[in-house]
Design a protein around this ligand. Structure first.
Ligand SMILES: [Zn+2]
Length: 338
């Protein structure tokens, strides 16, 4: 089958050809014909060698939507049938460790990510366990479908982890980024006052109540907007660049949540300032299968912005586009039309 594949890490070693075998599905697997895949930093890390992958040669691709081609003989999810439109929960999990038993399958002690510890979706087909396959409505667009398992689930889980409450204020850095725009929409639904940090006025269309377009002025403006209370929750997926600003903008009993570090991961922290204000620092990753279901049930109210789309043959360009300065919205690969 056609796939984007590499034998040795490095973007230049990635090629698209017919050398990969069509995956065999076991009795408990579902074989999915890939339609549209989202391109995320994790895919770049997998190809560049920043994340160790297996097997080799390796097919990356972590955010996958498609159509069921075949169902294994012993698949237990009886709501799945051939021809269904589906998305794939991108976590490999055993279902038996203590984390899985708590419902925290993304933290499985024996798990990992599809596209990292297994072959991913930059290919015509992928076979995955039935528990990873979620049926989507027939009328859902592929762009949104290919944006639910990572881009949408991650900020939803982060806001849940932060226990964001009605009437609280949430400060969102990287608000015009893909996860940022989703975070704004969820925070609004949760009844919070949304303060977006972005140079892009468009964040207003996604539901931001206030926009701050200058890092230098964040603390001062948050103070003004919250009448001195400061933010109850700060969402920082940007990393070190927004760190001090995040920390200075959080109020007493506030929660700072992080799920990304694009500008760097090493930050300084004053622990006294942390405990005196009883600030909670929360690391968040991915999301649970239950939360993916939540997200699916709200999907008809969610908006996504697509910046560029590529064919499978153009996977390298798609990965390079991730770090373009003028990037404005999602990068997708339309495997189905390649
Ligand atoms: Zn587990």
């Amino acid at each position: 089958m056609k796939a984007a594949i590499f034998e040795k890490p490095g973007l230049d070693n990635l090629k698209v050809d017919d050398s990969a075998e069509k995956p065999k599905h076991t009795d408990h697997d579902v074989l999915v014909r890939v339609n549209t895949v989202g391109v995320n930093p994790i895919d770049h890390f997998a190809v560049s060698g920043a994340r160790q992958v297996k097997p080799l040669p390796h097919i990356p691709g972590a955010e996958i939507s498609g159509i069921i081609e075949k169902i294994g003989d012993h698949v237990e999810e009886d709501n799945l049938k051939e021809g269904d439109k589906v998305i794939i929960h991108n976590k490999v999990f055993d279902g038996t460790c203590d984390m899985c038993l708590e419902g925290l399958d993304m933290l499985c002690r024996n798990g990992g990510l599809i596209g990292v510890v297994t072959n991913g979706g930059f290919a015509e087909y992928i076979a995955v366990p039935d528990k990873n396959v979620f049926k989507i409505p027939d009328d859902m667009g592929w762009d949104l479908a290919a944006s639910l398992p990572v881009t949408t689930l991650t900020p939803y889980h982060a806001l849940k982890d932060a226990s964001l409450q009605v009437n609280e204020s949430v400060l969102i850095f990287g608000a015009s980024g893909n996860t940022g725009m989703m975070a704004i929409q969820f925070a609004r639904k949760m009844g919070a006052k949304v303060i977006a940090v972005s140079k892009n006025e468009q964040v207003k269309d996604f539901g931001a109540d206030y926009i701050i377009n200058d890092y230098e002025k964040v603390v001062e403006q948050v103070r003004e907007i919250t009448q001195g209370k400061m933010a109850d929750v700060v969402l920082n997926s940007v990393g070190v660049e927004a760190w001090q600003c995040s920390f200075d903008s959080i109020g007493v009993n506030g929660r700072v949540v992080t799920f990304g570090a694009l500008t760097g991961a090493d930050v300084k922290i004053n622990v006294q300032s942390l405990y005196l204000r009883q600030v909670k620092l929360i690391g968040s990753t991915g999301g649970t299968r239950k939360q993916l279901k939540d997200v699916l049930s709200m999907s008809n109210q969610l908006k996504i912005k697509v910046w560029k789309r590529f064919k499978l043959e153009e996977t390298k360009d798609a990965l390079q586009a991730l770090f373009a300065k003028d990037r404005d919205g999602r990068i997708l690969i339309d495997v189905g039309r390649s």
